[in-house]
Ligand binder design. Structure first.
Ligand code: PGA
Length: 252
């Protein structure tokens, strides 16, 4: 069975290193018992060097962003090369909260390409702002995927993970219904197949994100056709996230 991937996007939380370490230790302890699940924790940059040693074979660390250049005059930015140096294996790229502050598909594609060149797995976030009745969102999504993957070579596409996150379901009360998630996953696989061939369309892992909790994780994993989940709020709630990991790991 292919391993399931659970990404915890802590966003700008928690506000102390002690809390960050405690949260990581709790999750690390539970994750040693997981059989079919890979956990990727993505704390804020400043905590990464402090928590990266609290690891085991089921847990890896990721950043929430990185720059599209390795070095240079980019005040306030962090290069993926710097992250790689201390063992960061994943980078979330193109999250809607970053797109909202001006990241374009072009900028994201540059970041995706550099991360891949460096041997880091990009977790590319895509998703429509609105699920309109005319189906315009399908074109929006297709364009977003194609443009965010611009110049990504076929031989590296397998190193990438796609996180489908409908923007309106992020930070909301409920996730998208599982039937619709499943349709969207099929659509995304088709878009990848059209660019990179059917095999790659099938094998690129697709995660769902947007209001995932321990209560709905099982349903999404069983009926959404996804390979894993990108979890925001529930990933900084130790009890909820631990429960979510157990539930997901037991899904056949
Ligand atoms: P949420 O966030 O789980 O709190 O809805 C998901 C995300 O933004 O990645």
């Amino acid at each position: 069975m292919k391993r399931k991937i659970i990404v915890g996007n802590w966003k700008m939380n928690p506000t102390s290193i002690d809390e960050a370490k405690k949260l990581t230790s709790t999750i690390s302890k539970v994750s040693t018992k997981l059989k079919n699940t890979q956990v990727v924790l993505c704390p804020p940059y400043v905590y990464l060097p402090k928590v990266v040693s609290i690891k085991n074979s089921n847990i890896s660390f990721g950043a929430q962003n990185a720059h599209g250049e390795e070095r240079g005059s980019f005040t306030g930015e962090v290069s993926p090369t710097m992250l790689k140096e201390f063992g960061i294996k994943y980078i979330i790229l193109g999250h809607s909260e970053r797109r909202a502050i001006g990241e374009t598909d072009e900028i994201i594609a540059k970041k995706v390409n550099l991360a891949l060149e460096l041997g880091i797995h990009p977790i590319l976030c895509v998703g429509e702002k609105e699920h309109d009745t005319q189906g315009v969102y399908l074109d929006t999504l297709k364009t977003q995927i194609k443009n965010s993957l611009d110049k990504v070579p076929k031989k590296l596409i397998n190193e990438l993970i796609i996180a489908y996150e409908p923007v309106w379901a992020i930070g909301a009360k409920e996730p998208m219904t599982t039937g619709v998630i499943n349709e969207m996953v099929i659509f995304i696989k088709k878009v990848i197949s059209d660019i990179y061939g059917q095999e790659n369309g099938k094998s690129t892992p697709i995660l769902y994100g947007g209001s995932v909790s321990f209560r709905n994780a099982q349903d999404i994993m069983e009926n959404g056709g996804v390979n894993g989940l990108l979890v925001g709020r529930e990933s900084i709630n130790p009890q909820g996230f631990v429960e979510l990991l157990k539930v997901v790991d037991s899904v056949k």
